[in-house]
Structures are given as structure tokens and as C-alpha cells.
Design a protein around this ligand. Structure first.
Ligand code: NDP
Length: 296
């Protein structure tokens, strides 16, 4: 079997078009422009690239984009004061603090100081609790993007066996909760899981969020399973710098029914879902009808 490639780049473009259409409608109907504020502390090169890309795409869908770039030695008090100001700014519907933060800043404290209604990353403890109890939450962008691709490919996920490899707070755990919400039978695997290959072989859906280049080989994959590769790993191969996922794309795509490539799979969906979350937050804040298909 040769797997169908789930094209995250193309799918993300349709999500952005959908978001842009709703932004236009909302502006026309209510005069409200959804606004996203991104806060970057320090000069981490990868974070700078992400923030630039987020700002550009926010503007492209017709939203207001605000960037706050703070010195690496910004105090916690100053950062919290900025978040308080953004929490109280009615033109801002989404607030994202780019992670990781410099070591002297308490990440949990900072994230939990964001108004949960504006927490478009879905990392605030209230949103974690809402998602965990099956209530309306702001959902972390990367797992939301994976869920959208799975729903688009399969329609209903009800009754499917899903194995999520990785139990991080930003990907693995929320992914598992979302799949449970769609009535999958979910297993969460991690570094202490016994017989991982056999656990993965039982899956109709495999989500790999490990951070280990090409760790999952094709012979762990059940014939026809759907493989979602969240991993982003830089490796040297044949003297070249290359981006690879957590699954071995070549061998897995010979067995899987469908697979996301790296790059061009989950990655582009993450920013598209950030825009979708900002739109959702704006609709909720202004009692506007929420667009369908852009939330969990
Ligand atoms: P973390 O490092 O926070 O978590 C990795 C998880 O993988 C842990 O739960 C760990 O288990 C588990 N793990 C590590 N080694 C093994 C192993 N040998 N067997 C089974 N499980 C293992 O990573 P993240 O969740 O933040 O990210 C995962 C990957 O996804 C990374 O490559 C990251 O770059 C990528 N990513 C991509 C995004 C995108 O937009 N596409 C967004 C966010 C992340 P344990 O808990 O036991 O240590």
C-alpha cells in the first residue's frame, strides 16, 4: 500500500481562507476586527522566525496584529504588567506569549496570568481543565490542527484505536483528550511504555509527538493506519541540513493508509489554528456566532 499524503500546507491554506472570510463577515456585521498580540522575550532565533510568521499571517487574514518584543532580561513584574494591559485591551482577543521564556521567568505563572478567554495557545490551567472535562475550551493549536486533518480525512473518528506517542502538556496530553472527545479509544505512550512497537501496531491512528528523528519505522505501523507526524527535527544527512519528523516517512508511507509529511504536514496547521483560535476568541468575546469547523 502507498499512503495518501495528507497535505497540511494546502489544508492550512483553506483554513486561513475560511478564517479570512469570517473576519470580513464579522467586520461588516459588527465593526469588530479580531486582534492578536504576540509577546516575545529575548532574541531566540527560532522564536523570532515563528513570531514574524505569525504576525504576517495574522495581517493576511485581515486581523489586527500587535507584537511586543521585550529584552531578554525583562523582569517578571514588567512582563505580568504587559499581560495585564493586554487582558484589559478590548481590541485584543488573543494573547500568545512565545515559549520558551528565559530561565528567570516562571512560565506557569506567566501563562496563567493570561485571561483564559484570550489564551489562544490553550495552555492556561483553566483551558486545560475545560478540555479535560469535555467543556468548551481554547484548544492548543498543534493538536487542534492534527484533529482537523484527521476529521477531514476520516469523517467520524468514533471507535477508532488511537495511539499518541508523547505525553507533553502542549501536544501529547491535549491530543489524547481531543481524540477521546471524538470517541476514539486512546492510548498514550511515552518513554517508559513497554513493548512500544506492539502498542503502535494496534493503532488505527498514530500521532507521533516525541522529538526523536524518524523513531517510528514502518514495521510498527498497521496496514492502512493513519499516521500524523508532529515531530520537527533538524538532522545532517549527506552533508545537508534536513528537516525530518518522528516517523520514518519512507518505510511508514509504504504501509500506512494516510500520512502527514515533514515539512508540509502538521507544521503549517499550527499557525492556521492560532488564527482560527483568535477568531473563535473574538466571536466568544462579542457574542457573535462561532464559525463551524474551526474549533474542537
Ligand atoms: P516533549 O519533549 O515535551 O515530549 C516528548 C515526549 O516524547 C515525552 O512525553 C517523552 O516521554 C516521549 N518520548 C521521548 N522519547 C521516547 C521514546 N524513546 N519512546 C517513547 N516516547 C518517548 O516534546 P513536545 O511534545 O513539545 O514535542 C514533540 C515533537 O513535536 C518535537 O519534535 C517538537 O519539535 C514537535 N512539535 C511540533 C510542533 C508543530 O507545530 N508541528 C509544535 C510543537 C512541537 P516522557 O514523558 O516519558 O519523557
Amino acid at each position: 500500500m502507498t499512503a495518501t499524503v495528507i497535505d497540511g500546507k494546502a489544508f492550512a491554506a483553506t483554513v486561513r481562507e475560511n478564517v479570512a472570510a469570517h473576519v470580513t463577515r464579522i467586520k461588516d456585521e459588527s465593526g469588530v476586527t479580531p486582534g492578536l498580540a504576540v509577546v516575545l522575550v529575548g532574541e531566540d532565533p527560532a522564536s523570532q522566525v515563528y513570531v514574524r510568521s505569525k504576525g504576517k499571517q495574522t495581517v493576511e487574514v485581515g486581523m489586527k496584529s500587535v507584537e511586543h518584543k521585550l529584552d531578554v532580561d525583562t523582569s517578571e513584574a514588567d512582563l505580568l504588567a504587559l499581560i495585564d494591559q493586554l487582558n484589559n485591551d478590548e481590541s485584543i482577543h488573543g494573547i500568545l506569549v512565545q515559549l520558551p521564556l528565559p530561565a528567570h521567568l516562571n512560565e506557569d505563572l506567566v501563562i496563567n496570568s493570561i485571561d483564559p478567554a484570550k489564551d489562544v495557545d490553550g495552555f492556561h490551567i483553566s483551558n486545560v481543565g475545560l478540555l479535560g472535562t469535555g467543556q468548551k475550551a481554547m484548544v492548543p493549536c498543534t493538536p487542534l490542527g492534527c484533529l482537523m486533518m484527521l476529521r477531514d480525512h476520516h469523517g467520524s473518528l468514533s471507535g477508532m484505536n488511537a495511539v499518541v506517542i508523547g505525553r507533553s502538556n502542549i501536544v501529547g496530553k491535549p491530543m489524547a483528550n481531543l481524540l477521546l472527545g471524538d470517541s476514539c479509544t486512546v492510548t498514550i505512550a511515552h518513554s517508559r511504555t513497554k513493548d512500544l512497537p506492539d502498542v503502535v501496531r494496534a493503532a488505527d491512528i498514530v500521532v507521533a509527538a516525541v522529538g526523536r528523528p524518524e523513531m517510528v519505522p514502518g514495521d510498527w505501523i498497521r496496514e492502512g493506519a493513519t499516521v500524523i507526524d508532529v515531530g520537527i527535527n533538524r538532522i545532517e544527512r549527506d552533508g545537508k541540513n534536513k528537516l525530518v519528523g518522528d516517523v520514518d516517512y519512507v518505510s511508514c508511507s509504504e504501509v500506512a493508509g494516510a500520512i502527514t509529511p515533514v515539512p508540509g504536514g502538521v507544521g503549517p496547521m499550527t499557525i492556521a489554528c492560532l488564527l482560527a483560535n483568535t477568531l473563535t476568541a473574538c466571536c466568544r468575546a462579542n457574542n457573535l456566532v462561532e464559525p463551524e469547523g474551526l474549533t474542537a
